[in-house]
Design a protein around this ligand. Structure first.
Ligand code: PXP
Length: 249
């Protein structure tokens, strides 16, 4: 693996395809086992309030069966915290959740929600979960994450990836610099720095060149690529892209 850089595979959208028909196929837990067999360093799954992709029984099976760390992505609600307290995943990543959004659109408002987040982070830590906060790559939320005692931040790469995809070169460069500075600042505060949302081979390769990042969590692109080349090849190519990026740093 790229030196000091892990790949977490998000299997939510295997469940999206399953749920399009109801039933049990394709099984996201099978995808998780395959991802681990071909080199994923961990598995991420987001149990949303509306259960649009991952369902409760998926989470139960992932927590019981996985041989690599499970990163349980969740809204900071009492329902989800109670589930994490029972399932005890390796990590809990707190994300904002809006019912009407198609995907997680922005980072968690840690500055505005300090009072509500503090006791929930404490509960997750008491349950033994490594708490991560999914935030925008700016100094204020990063500093607040450190103040709240979260050991990990995951920086939202969505704005950068959208700018790259839309061919907005100047905006993409500014967003990349925002991510690089945010990651360096978070690392300076002693936080472990992850990244995710919208990454593909090219953006993952480029971001891997920023040494402060230690983990990328990638889902939608890998599941989409799997349609054409299979999940194994997609994961191997992603790892190679990350290695190339890290080697160039
Ligand atoms: N990290 C977090 C916190 C997420 O919410 C998501 C999904 O939106 C991802 C990573 C993976 O994003 P994607 O599926 O776009 O790769």
């Amino acid at each position: 693996m790229a030196e000091g850089l892990r790949l977490g595979v998000n299997i939510d959208h295997v469940a999206t395809v399953r749920n399009a028909r109801g039933g049990i196929l394709p099984d996201p837990v099978r995808a998780a086992h395959l991802a681990i067999a071909v080199g994923a360093d961990g598995i991420t799954a987001h149990l949303r309030e509306d259960r649009r992709h991952i369902r409760d029984d998926d989470m139960e099976r992932l927590a019981a069966e996985l041989t690599k760390p499970l990163n349980f992505e969740m809204a900071a609600t009492d329902e989800m915290i109670a589930l994490a307290e029972r399932l005890k995943p390796h990590a809990a990543c707190l994300v904002p959740e809006k019912r009407e959004e198609r995907t997680t659109e922005g980072g968690l408002d840690v500055v505005g929600q300090e009072a509500q987040l503090a006791p929930r982070i404490a509960r997750l830590k008491a349950a033994g979960c490594r708490v991560s906060l999914f935030i925008e790559p700016d100094e204020a939320p990063i500093a607040m994450a450190a103040k709240l005692g979260a050991p990990v931040v995951e920086l939202h790469t969505g704005s950068w990836c959208h700018a790259v995809a839309d061919g907005k070169t100047a905006k993409a460069e500014a967003e990349f610099q925002r991510l690089a500075s945010g990651a360096a600042y978070a690392a300076k505060l002693g936080l472990e720095v992850h990244a995710g949302h919208g990454l593909d081979y090219d953006t993952a390769r480029k971001l891997a060149g920023v040494p402060a990042f230690v983990e990328f969590n990638i889902g939608h692109f890998l599941v989409g690529e799997a349609i054409f080349v299979g999940l194994e090849v997609a994961i191997r190519r992603m790892r190679k892209a990350m290695e190339e990026g890290r080697a160039s740093s």
